[in-house]
Design a protein around this ligand. Structure first.
Ligand code: ADP
Length: 389
């Protein structure tokens, strides 16, 4: 494989062709790497820059298996993949990075939690329930007290599959199925740390970023780097991220999300064994972007510097409310005229409310200046459509 990297013709397979895959390919194309993508949609974000696109669903055994047979090395941009197909490919000699076993563990928020506890990485206390009735019974029996957070063990995404139950009034939000109930953390801040590791065990961490959430959409509204946390908190977060990736014996990029509670304690929330929304700013603000780093890690190449070049603020470009149809980016030219504003459009043809259509990273000499400019972009750049709902 290394031989192929130094020469020509290495076929890197990427499962799912969304924006993370697109940005991965943009980095892979700096080198002589052929990229094959598997995605269920005709017009996926990575579609027009992948060397080759194959239509098929990532949860479908046959689609994943036959795709894997076409490539020299396999990685992915999302967690929700058919594990049996990956395991079969691996047993037949295909290198899959990160390892399918890690994916299997992370697909289940319950197993993730158990792993944190086993490896003494602080996290909020939790209990598993097999259905909604069990939760209601636990409340009646006074074994479970308000407030709490219920999470689907599997299949949740971008806040879907998470219910915040603060009082009895919220009980109609309870979800059916296998869930995990955890103590509600009084969140002071949410931060994320990206860590990379290769087969040689070389490990690099990125500076912690602070995520500011839009409470309505439950999506990241603003992401700030460097984050305004104490030196000690930063040290701890990096330490936990390194401990976790080593305990998993993982290769590739791991994104670890943490809560900082009102007491200033750091608790791990969840992790993703892939490139992450909280690392988009690294394209412009860090010497080696998370996407290049992932390729380096996957190919067991030396990892690159994770030094921050400039303070950065990242905002997601979400489809505006009330629009559904062919996309139109209102105000894009005004924003481009602002120094330090870097616009990324994912190339999704159809916008709908809250759909992630792109992102903007603002870099500046000072964080204050970057935040100001990001606020202007937020007000000016709107993802809409001529076809109103
Ligand atoms: P997802 O996998 O969908 O991103 P998360 O576990 O990150 O789900 O939860 C989504 C959001 O819900 C978090 O960013 C946080 O704001 C809130 N949340 C999740 N768990 C807790 C908790 N234990 N206490 C308080 N808020 C929480």
């Amino acid at each position: 494989m290394m031989h192929q990297f130094k020469s020509s013709g290495l076929k890197l397979g990427i499962i799912a062709g969304g924006q993370l895959c697109k940005m991965l390919i943009q980095e892979a194309s700096k080198w002589d790497i052929i990229t094959y993508v598997l995605d269920p949609e005709d017009n996926c974000a990575a579609g027009n820059i992948a060397s080759k696109c194959f239509k098929g669903h990532y949860q479908d055994f046959d689609a994943v298996y036959s795709f894997g047979k076409k490539v020299d090395l396999l990685t992915f941009e999302l967690e929700n993949i058919n594990i049996d197909a990956l395991k079969k490919l691996q047993s037949e000699g295909l290198k899959i990075i990160p390892d399918p076993l890690i994916l299997e563990l992370i697909q289940d928020k319950g197993l993730q939690k158990e792993f944190y506890v086993k490896h003494e990485i602080p996290t909020s206390p939790y209990v598993f329930y097999s259905n909604k009735d069990e939760i209601l019974t636990a409340i009646i029996d006074k074994k479970l007290k308000f407030p709490f957070v219920q999470k689907l063990r599997k299949g949740g995404y971008d806040g879907r599959g998470v219910s915040l139950i603060k009082t009895e009034k919220d009980l109609d939000l309870l979800m059916e199925g296998e869930t995990m109930v955890e103590d509600l953390v009084e969140i002071e801040k949410e931060i994320a740390v990206i860590v990379a590791r290769n087969e040689n065990g070389e490990t690099r961490t990125y500076p912690p970023v602070e995520m500011v959430f839009d409470s309505k959409a439950n999506l990241v509204d603003l992401l700030i780097c460097p984050s305004a946390i104490s030196e000690e908190q930063s040290k701890k977060a990096l330490e936990y991220a390194i401990k976790l990736i080593a305990a998993l014996d993982m290769k590739g990029i791991l994104a670890v999300e943490f809560f900082i509670n009102k007491k200033g304690e750091i608790l791990v929330n969840e992790s993703a064994p892939r490139t992450h929304n909280s690392g988009h700013h690294t394209i412009e603000s860090v010497i080696t972007s998370q996407f290049e780093q992932h390729i380096r890690a996957v190919l067991n190449l030396p990892l690159g510097s994770t030094q921050l070049k400039m303070p950065a603020v990242m905002i997601n470009l979400l489809g505006e409310e009330g629009y559904f149809g062919p996309v139109y980016y209102e105000g894009i030219e005004e924003c481009m005229a602002i120094e330090g504003v870097n616009i990324h459009l994912y190339g999704k043809k159809i916008t709908r409310h809250f759909r992630k259509m792109g992102h903007v990273t603002v870099v500046s000499d000072t964080l204050v200046e970057a935040i100001k400019k990001a606020a202007i972009v937020r007000k000016t750049l709107k993802v809409i459509s001529w076809d109103k709902l």
